[in-house]
Write a protein that binds this ligand. Structure first.
Ligand SMILES: Cc1cc2nc3c(=O)[nH]c(=O)nc-3n(C[C@H](O)[C@H](O)[C@H](O)COP(=O)(O)OP(=O)(O)OC[C@H]3O[C@@H](n4cnc5c(N)ncnc54)[C@H](O)[C@@H]3O)c2cc1C
Length: 326
């Protein structure tokens, strides 16, 4: 709901200021000028499948996180667009990445029913008293520990210690004892305070006021990203990165609820610095020359790029049939 309100205000402002928006046109490459400065981007119009060249004096990347890469097979809380596109295009243009290995897992992603896989169950339930218990009904971690501590305790319990609960879908989970909330705070508390969660499980015949739910850590946030300075500027002149695509604002870990503050502060700083340093001259010419250097380097190092990148959207379709592969 917080995100929705932020988006409503931003959208209103953009409409009032009549800022042109190109919908369904993801960035697939950045443009650079002969000095290596960013000079705009190449977009792909998903309706027409045609590329669109956008020349820009200043470019701000805000493409979010990488959850849909499902690193190590984890479910994710993230939306479908979270496929690391910003990291890829910025890296190819010469930006520096920070802490690319550092991912935050949210301890309580839904693990059953499968249709809700990865859906985030808010920390508020644990703050309200819902306990985490293993298949024997035993608690094994303080529910108010930080996300990293709880996630690793759950993963250990399910993998190394054999304390997980098998789901009908073949996964392992841990019980989040939701009925305890009504026992502690009175009947109706869950329905009143966690209406969304109550409704969503109801659709699958699960009444969270009566039975606990099965959860497992889900890939939630990339701590790393494109290196920026205090004005959100990257190492590439005229290119900024803000929000989850940028790295290092929270170091290698992040406390819950700090990301929305980060995107507002650093988004504002990027916008302000970009506006203050605008020059009348356009960068000329805008090219994709940096790709030649990038590919030459790959060749020199003997690295083959395998999956297409940027990915734009994850492919959850059925595996390709043998004939198609041949
Ligand atoms: C379920 C959930 C709950 C959360 N709750 C909280 C909370 O309560 N408090 C908090 O502080 N943080 C919370 N977070 C974290 C926070 O929401 C995110 O870190 C934050 O929204 C990131 O904002 P962003 O603008 O950087 O990226 P996003 O909000 O992810 O936006 C990125 C946008 O870029 C688009 N995009 C992707 N690739 C391309 C491309 N190639 N070209 C063009 N566009 C592209 C995406 O489609 C998307 O619209 C939550 C995250 C999740 C998933």
């Amino acid at each position: 709901m917080t995100g929705l309100e932020i988006m409503r205000v931003l959208r209103d402002e953009m409409q009032n200021a009549q800022i042109p928006v190109l919908e369904f046109s993801p960035v697939v490459e950045l443009l650079t000028d002969p000095t290596g400065a960013c000079a705009g981007a190449v977009l792909l119009n998903l309706d027409t499948r045609r590329h669109v060249i956008v020349h820009a004096k200043k470019t701000i990347l805000a493409t979010g996180g990488i959850g849909r890469l499902h690193i190590q097979g984890f479910p994710t809380t993230n939306h479908y667009g979270a496929t690391a596109d910003g990291l890829v295009v910025a890296y190819r243009a010469g930006a520096r990445l920070l802490y690319a290995d550092s991912i935050q897992y949210h301890p309580t992603g839904v693990v059953w029913p499968e249709q809700m896989l990865g859906l985030l169950i808010s920390e508020h339930l644990r703050a309200k008293g819902a306990q985490l218990v293993d298949q024997g009904g035993e608690r094994f971690i303080n529910e108010l520990e930080t996300r990293d501590a709880i996630s690793s305790a759950i993963i250990r319990a399910c993998t190394a210690q054999g304390r997980g609960v098998p789901t009908p879908g073949g996964r392992q989970g841990i019980w989040l004892d939701t009925p305890l909330i009504d026992l502690l705070h009175g009947r109706g508390t869950i329905e009143r305070q966690f209406t969304g969660i109550h409704h969503r499980f109801r659709k699958f015949g699960i009444d969270v006021t009566q039975v606990p739910i099965l959860i497992y850590p889900a890939q939630h946030y990339q701590n790393g990203g494109i290196a920026i300075d205090g004005r959100s500027a990257t190492a590439i002149p005229n290119l900024y990165a803000v929000g989850e695509v940028a790295g290092g604002v929270h170091g290698r870990n992040r406390l819950g609820s700090n990301s929305l503050v980060d995107i507002l502060v650093f988004g504002r700083r990027a916008g302000r610095h970009a506006a203050e340093t605008l020059t009348p001259a356009w960068p000329e010419p805008a090219t994709l020359n940096h790709l030649q250097e990038y590919h030459a380097e790959l060749e020199r190092l003997g690295i083959q790029e395998t999956p297409p990148a940027p990915l734009l959207l994850p492919d959850y379709g059925p595996p390709a049939r043998a004939e198609a592969v041949r």
